[in-house]
Write a new protein. Structure first.
Lengths: 308, 513
């Protein structure tokens, strides 16, 4: 396998006595979309800042694009911070161009690239508008473009979808997939599971500064037992005695949730119902969603975690 | 280095795009120019004619007053006519009395006396010439005022006129004139002791006392003359005695033999540094404030994170310092350049006027003196050096304060004590020139944050070499220390949000990384 785009080994960060990130290890393979999931205050932003070498970890080591520090390879990295802001008095194109020159492009190349990006993502008419005149969503798009203007190999987005309407969320998803398809690595943090589910090749879930899960979306789903949800007015007690069923719980009047063991076949439930003349109004055999996985993993700790 | 420059250039362009920047650049010379010529302009054109009533119940002073004011008026007209005659091309009617300038007499001269002899009393009837409006114009008392009645009566009747509730009949000078002032001289004025029966001067304008002062001068002279006469002293003797002055010459031992006389140039040399200190103070403060605002902007909208993923905090800090220094430098150069330029142009004008033998006013040498001050002293290089060194110290401190705060309000709280410290050189400014190498001046020179201001103030007084070099070395060392310390704090503070840290915390930041 090629060299990973990013590798964290036993990284911890303390603010005084407070532990923001605790012994975090993870590997982001090159050329994938990697999700960085966790509730508020889980240590996502701190981790990203350490990855970018804006903050130094208290202990542990980070390798990014083969280098010790992100600053050594800063021209190959793009970054969109969580809180979005632009220079209010600058024009959209010149903000993009300015950040591109800070990443090593020449002034002329940066200018060309800025107009090219604005045109490609439908902001051509606003190229000469001051950023303070742009709507929030447009401003955020400009900022995304600014972070990828130098065509970086590794792009780090902190909460890129927050504040965007569904249409623009779609545009942003396109940008992300585009980047991956051209062989770039995209690492983004979010707490909206739908985006992670749709986009991520791999993901990590952290809570309270610790890694709770690392793997593909499918692997994540497998951490939870599969469930079948049925609706019936008859007594489904017979289902609970089946060999593949772990438990049978009431989910309200006439609604039941059947938790399956790893290898059980949902077809078995249907057959048993038929055999025991249990009349079904509804039958729903769905894999657990990333949302369920997330809630199960971080739910208890996230409630306790204080907002920082 | 490239990033330093990129950050700095953006900073400069951001400031250079604001209207305030250009206003600042152009407004300053305009203000200097206007404040120099405004009093002259105002005296001539700005004030409309003011009408007054003169009621002399004593019956012996009005002619004296009228005579004096008439003479003043006549000289105003003569002046206006002269400058009209010197216009190019010379007005046809006056041409015979005008001698145009030539290479050795560059200024046109006008033989006013000759023209008056020829034209007689109608000498102002020149085509194209308008007699300037009179500043003061006496009008007869209003019809309802009996000027020989009792004074309270007169005053009661005059009140509505003075308040502008009634207006005078239209005159040549003004369509609807208001009575500006009333002067009432009581019957026994000549025999009155100092305060028993004063002249009563009525006017709702207490700021413009020109008329009152003129009248008082005339009457004082007259009353004195009478008293002398009563004592049997010849007024001519008095005039001679009064013109006697105790002679004093200012001498300066530092100057070469034969040139010890203290003149205007020397006063200028003594006080010009104060102007530069003030300029230095204003510019450092304005520029540092810009820096503070720009850091807080970047911090509050989190641009700072993107920047820090591209450049190191050190590059960011130095880049911003550089950019704002450029802004300030351009502004300063424009200001000082405009002063020097103006002095240069005016010096040329006065030089040519002097060559023509025109009466040189004692202010005519000012521009020349300013120029020679620039050429022969360390004022300009000193200003440049102290601007840079002082700027580094103050701007870095302001920048760091900006990095510690997330809002302008927090920053203002922290700035309070700093501003108090900054006021000190302003308070000291009037005292330093009086004793530029005295203990106070020397003491404050050695405090690095005051070095630029105090040394600038002493610069034309040849301070001891030890002071010049010693304080500069100390200041440079202080700058290096500030850059180092603030660099450390900046790096840690710039990503912080919320409340600014406590002082104790800052010391901890300085000690470990």
């Amino acid at each position: 396998m090629a060299q990973p785009a990013l590798e964290l080994r036993n990284v911890s960060k303390f603010y005084g006595d407070f532990c923001a990130v605790n012994d975090l290890s993870l590997t982001v393979p090159a050329g994938c979309i990697y999700g960085f999931l966790g509730p508020n205050g889980a240590g996502k932003t701190t981790s990203l800042r350490m990855i970018l070498d804006i903050l130094r970890p208290t202990s542990g080591s980070i390798r990014i694009l083969g280098a010790e520090s992100a600053l050594q390879v800063r021209h190959r990295i793009g970054y969109l911070p969580e809180e979005k802001g632009l220079y209010k008095k600058m024009k959209a194109w010149s903000v993009i161009a300015y950040f591109a020159t800070l990443k090593g492009l020449s002034a002329a190349a940066a200018r060309t690239r800025a107009f090219e990006l604005l045109e490609r993502y439908g902001l051509k008419d606003f190229a000469h508008a001051k950023t303070e005149a742009l709507s929030k969503g447009m401003g955020q798009k400009v900022q995304v473009l600014a972070s990828i203007a130098h065509d970086p190999e590794l792009i780090i987005f902190d909460e890129p979808f927050s504040g965007l309407d569904p249409v623009n969320q779609g545009v942003l998803e396109e940008i992300v997939v585009d980047l991956r398809n051209r062989g770039r690595t995209v690492l983004f943090s979010t707490h909206v599971m739908q985006h992670a589910e749709r986009l991520c090749d791999r993901l990590v879930i952290i809570g309270g500064g610790r890694r709770l899960f690392d793997g593909t979306v499918t692997e994540a789903r497998r951490t939870l037992p599969r469930r079948v949800r049925i609706e019936t007015d008859d007594d489904p007690a017979a289902l609970g005695r089946l060999p593949g069923v772990a438990s049978l719980n009431s989910g309200g009047p006439g609604v039941w949730e059947v938790e399956l063991l790893e290898q059980a076949d949902p077809q078995l439930i249907l057959r048993t119902c038929f055999e025991h003349s249990i009349r079904l109004r509804a039958f729903n055999a769905a894999d657990p969603s990333l949302h369920d996985v997330f809630m199960k993993l971080v739910g208890p700790s996230a409630r306790e975690a204080s907002f920082r | 280095m490239r990033y330093l420059w990129l950050v700095g250039w953006r900073e400069f362009m951001e400031n250079a795009r604001t209207k305030g920047f250009w206003l600042g650049i152009f407004l300053f010379p305009v203000i200097i120019l206007v404040s120099g010529s405004l009093p002259v302009l105002l005296a001539k054109k700005g004030v409309s004619t003011r009408h007054y009533v003169l009621i002399d119940q004593a019956g012996e002073f009005a002619p004296l007053i009228r005579d004096s004011l008439d003479r003043r008026r006549a000289s105003e007209i003569d002046e206006a006519l002269t400058s009209f005659a010197r216009r190019s091309p010379a007005p046809a009617a006056l041409a015979p009395y005008v001698t145009p300038g030539s290479s050795n007499r560059p200024v046109t001269s006008f033989d006013l006396t000759g023209w008056k002899q020829k034209a007689g009393s109608n000498y102002t009837d020149v085509p194209g010439f308008t007699v300037p409006r009179a500043t003061w114009l006496e009008v007869p008392s209003p019809p309802d005022v009996a000027s020989d009645g009792p004074i309270p009566d007169i005053e009661n009747r005059l009140r509505p006129w003075l308040r502008g509730e009634k207006t005078l009949p239209a005159s040549q000078a003004s369509p609807n004139p208001k009575l500006f002032a009333a002067v009432i001289i009581p019957k026994d004025y000549a025999t009155a002791t100092n305060d028993s029966a004063p002249l009563r001067y009525w006017s709702d304008n207490t700021a413009d006392t020109g008329l009152r002062d003129s009248i008082q001068r005339v009457l004082s002279d007259e009353l004195r003359r009478r008293e002398y006469q009563a004592l049997g002293v010849d007024p001519a003797v008095i005039a001679r005695v009064e013109s006697r002055r105790a002679p004093v010459t200012d001498l300066n031992p530092r100057k070469a033999e034969g040139e010890e006389k203290v003149g205007l140039a020397d006063r200028l040399r003594q006080w010009a540094p104060s102007f530069f200190v003030y300029l230095l103070w204003v510019s450092i403060l304005v520029v540092s404030q810009m820096l503070l605002n720009s850091v807080i902007e970047e911090k509050s909208n989190r641009i700072i994170e993107v920047l820090l993923s591209s450049v190191t905090p050190g590059e960011l800090m130095l880049g911003k310092l550089l950019g704002v220094a450029l802004t300030g430098g351009v502004m300063m150069s424009a200001w000082i350049g405009s002063i020097a330029g103006m002095a240069f142009v005016q010096a040329r004008i006065f030089a040519s006027a002097a060559a023509s033998g025109a009466a040189a006013s004692n202010l005519a040498s000012v521009p020349t003196d300013v120029l020679s001050l620039f050429q022969t002293t360390w004022l300009l290089p000193g200003f440049a050096a102290y601007f840079i060194l002082g700027y580094i110290a103050y701007a870095t401190i302001f920048l760091t304060i900006g990095s510690l705060c997330s809002t302008l309000k927090d920053a203002q709280n922290l700035m309070g004590p700093l501003m108090l410290l900054l006021m000190v050189p302003l308070f000291l400014m009037p005292f330093i020139p009086k004793d530029p190498n005295g203990p106070i001046a020397t003491f404050f020179s050695w405090i690095p944050i005051y070095t630029p201001f105090i040394m600038m103030n002493r610069i034309t007084a040849s301070p001891p070499l030890l002071d010049v070099i010693g304080t500069t070395v100390l200041l440079v060392a202080f700058d290096v220390f500030i850059l180092w310390a603030c660099g450390r704090i900046f790096r840690l503070a710039i990503l912080r949000t919320g409340q600014p840290p406590r002082i104790v915390e800052l010391f901890r930041w300085l000690r470990n990384r």
